[in-house]
Design a protein around this ligand. Sequence first.
Ligand code: IPM
Ligand code: MG
Length: 351
Amino acid sequence: MKIACLAGDGIGPEIMAEALKVLDALGLEIEVAHADVGGAAYKAHGHPLPPETLELCKASDAVLFGAVGDPDCDNLERHLRPEQAILGLRQALTLFANLRPATMFPGMEDLSALRPEVAREIDLLIVRELNGDVYFGEKAIRQLDDGRRQGFDLMSYAEDEVRRIAHVAFRAAQGRGKRLCSVDKANVLETSQLWRDVMVETAAGYPDVELSHMYVDNAAMQLVRNPGQFDVVVTGNLFGDILSDQASMCVGSIGLLASASLGEDQTEYGTKGLYEPIHGSAPDIAGQGKANPMAMILSLAMLLRHSLGLEAEAARVEAAVAKALEDGIKGGDLGGSAGTSEVGDAVLARL
Ligand code: IPM
Ligand code: MG
């Protein structure tokens, strides 16, 4: 088993170090190879996703990814900005299915931005499409004939792109509560109308799953009103980006949510994928040993499960994180004072 480890920018290297401590402690025979990505890669090699980094990822069973984003790089041309590294990896590895689970950790209800009795019910999975939508459509800032500048980003989905994410979502629902809510904006967008049509068509193959539809504005509202109503949510790239950040605050902190980005390629042990916390590089606290590594450690657990077929080890890591939280080990994001390595050590001790 071989994993590519891309720590990236900001807090990436600090939280990655904690995840690697946990991986080490599991005593598995896994080869870990490191490479630069994001702003760090731009500074060292002139590109946020250097060819050798991409090659390493292609040659690995899975990619463990920290975070990218560096204010020093914000004024570079778009194709050189750190964010292009993650977008480039998602595209080059055809990682079209982004799984973002949001589950309440027992005893953590008070940390939620919602009332505890509402927060207690959260146990949902957002399945976000990751290879299409306005993210990858034609885009530019152009000058109109009358001299005004106009920005545009084409939103589009081809039916096969919707179908493949639909299958992932239906299968995920089969493995959970058998309820799938497809989120779109079909009252306004043609892209969404096609999305909805394909969801309905695909549903025919999954009679055991109950499919419902919700407009994204309503979904944003329902997510804070009654998040317990959701089991699996499937949505496009842009809506999924926004709703998953929102879901994280419903759980308590963006520092707790992990994600898996999967494609169709299989490894010897599972599905090839990239695993990353849903939070960013947090440059404001980088290098201070303050960042909560839990989302990074939980991303490692997802890697063990989905790409390496190590379900028991994945569950052990998740249980250790849950126990640490239960025992009151909290980073600053959760209103506590535990530093990055303190949280990592606490998880290790409970492993
Ligand atoms: C995410 C992030 C990325 C996205 C950025 C860093 C490009 O916000 O993974 O949710 O928009 O997909
Ligand atoms: Mg995001």
